[in-house]
Design a protein around this ligand. Structure first.
Ligand SMILES: *Cc1c(COP(=O)(O)O)cnc(C)c1O
Length: 413
């Protein structure tokens, strides 16, 4: 099914050509530039179909079998299927699939386990922590007392000695492990041990790697963490949204923390789309995909290192990598601008050393398009040429257009 079928033939174009133009333009942008933002991916047409379905109309406050609204017979089935698929996929005793986003999932996890003013130990924001890990601009930093651990300046690896020392000194009520930019596997057993030693809850924020976990390409936090928060739209390739996994004993507290404590009506179209994505993620094809995502990221890391960029931790275990373009004589923001002009879309990020910005890239989206090691080498070569300003921006843009032309994210449009 062509993803733009509805758009092209039907009402939106006739009724609101202004908005239809933007939607089609965005599809063209996504198809003709390289999506290297580590948090992005291309959902399947089936996921998009569920998102754009009449389930979007349904009000469903509460949980299956206990709703505040009538007419929930079918959406109840949809949510039960989503929950069962998530539990099976991640071998979790309980799954809540209502969180509107990764941040809402974190809010609910804190609400379930903590009281305002409690101390929480998490990766510092300048070391790859997320906004919900204690940013003063976020509810987390305002309502809780966050202590930040870091990564080692030299190696870029999580500083386990510091984690243990800070835990012993501050006796946090919860420890958060997870990051927006850490390229290596998190040692969940280590964090469990420290949490047990100081009597803290362990919250794994697996927003990034949960898709790799689903595909068997990364270790699962589920056996170790009290609560696992995740997104469904990153490597997992589902709709934009969140999810919480936990053991049976915390199930009720987590559910109440989502609804009614921090959210209202569940977005049933999203929940149906999450179920579709979980179904896809349970296939052997998805396992192959997840492993290829990692192989591509490793290839990209090695090829960028060969181009002279400094790769944090010397490589990656996951879909994401962070690099410092300084050896090529350009800092992060300038580099992002140069690459964007060539049609290579990515983010800047904090680096373990100093205040300079680096670049964060991921391979989830390009791998969904079917790109493999050969294309990663080509991307890295282009990267180097653009940053050294050896290639005219226009020429580089043409090369990206040519490369992406061979890998349409939505073939047959
Ligand atoms: C992406 C991410 C989130 C938040 O997800 P949103 O859906 O954008 O709210 C939270 N934590 C980590 C570590 C993330 O990478």
């Amino acid at each position: 099914m062509a993803v733009t079928h509805t758009l092209e033939t039907d009402v939106l174009r006739r009724q609101d050509p202004e908005m239809a133009e933007i939607l089609l333009g965005e599809l063209a942008r996504q198809s003709t530039t390289l999506q290297l933002i580590a948090a992005e991916n291309f959902t399947s047409p089936a996921v998009l179909a569920a998102l754009g379905s009449p389930l979007a109309n349904k009000y469903a406050e509460g949980y299956p079998g206990a709703r505040y609204h009538g007419g929930c017979e079918l959406v109840d089935v949809a949510e039960r299927i989503a929950v069962e698929r998530a539990k099976a996929l991640f071998r979790a005793e309980h799954a809540n699939v209502q969180s509107h986003s990764g941040s809402s999932a974190m809010l609910a996890a804190y609400a379930a386990l903590l009281r305002p003013g409690d101390t929480v130990l998490a990766l510092g924001l300048t070391h790859g922590g997320h906004l919900t890990h204690g940013s003063p601009a976020n509810f987390s930093g305002r309502w809780f007392d966050f202590v930040g651990y870091g990564v080692e300046a030299e190696s870029g690896l999580m500083d386990h000695v510091q984690v243990r020392t800070l835990a012993r000194t501050h006796r946090p009520k919860a420890i958060v492990c997870g990051s927006i930019s850490y390229p290596r596997h998190v040692d969940y057993a280590f964090f469990r041990e420290v949490a047990d030693e100081v009597g803290a809850y362990l919250i794994a924020d697996a927003a990034h790697p949960i898709g790799l976990v689903a595909g068997g390409a990364a270790p699962s936090p589920v056996p170790f963490a009290d609560v696992v928060c995740a997104t469904t739209h990153k490597v997992l390739r589902g709709p934009r949204g969140g999810m919480i996994l936990c053991g049976g004993e915390l199930a009720e507290r987590v559910d109440r923390a989502v609804f009614p404590f921090t959210q209202g009506g569940a977005q049933m179209n999203s929940i149906a789309a999450k179920a579709v994505a979980f179904g896809e993620a349970a296939t052997t094809d998805f396992g192959v995909y997840a492993h290829q995502v990692v192989a591509n990221a490793r290839m990209l890391a090695a090829a960028l290192a060969a181009e002279g960029l400094h790769v944090t931790t010397g490589g990656t275990d996951t879909h994401l990598l962070t690099v410092d373009p300084a050896p090529l004589g350009v800092e992060g923001h300038t580099a992002r601008g140069l690459l964007a002009a060539a049609g290579m879309v990515l983010d800047t990020c904090a680096l373990p050393h100093g205040d300079v910005r680096g670049l964060r890239l991921g391979t989830a989206a390009v791998t969904t398009q079917g790109m493999r090691e050969t294309e990663m080498a080509r991307i890295a070569a282009l990267f180097g040429a653009v940053l050294r300003e050896e290639t005219e921006p226009k020429r580089a843009r043409e090369e990206v257009r040519e490369l992406t032309g061979g890998f349409p994210p939505y073939p047959g449009r």
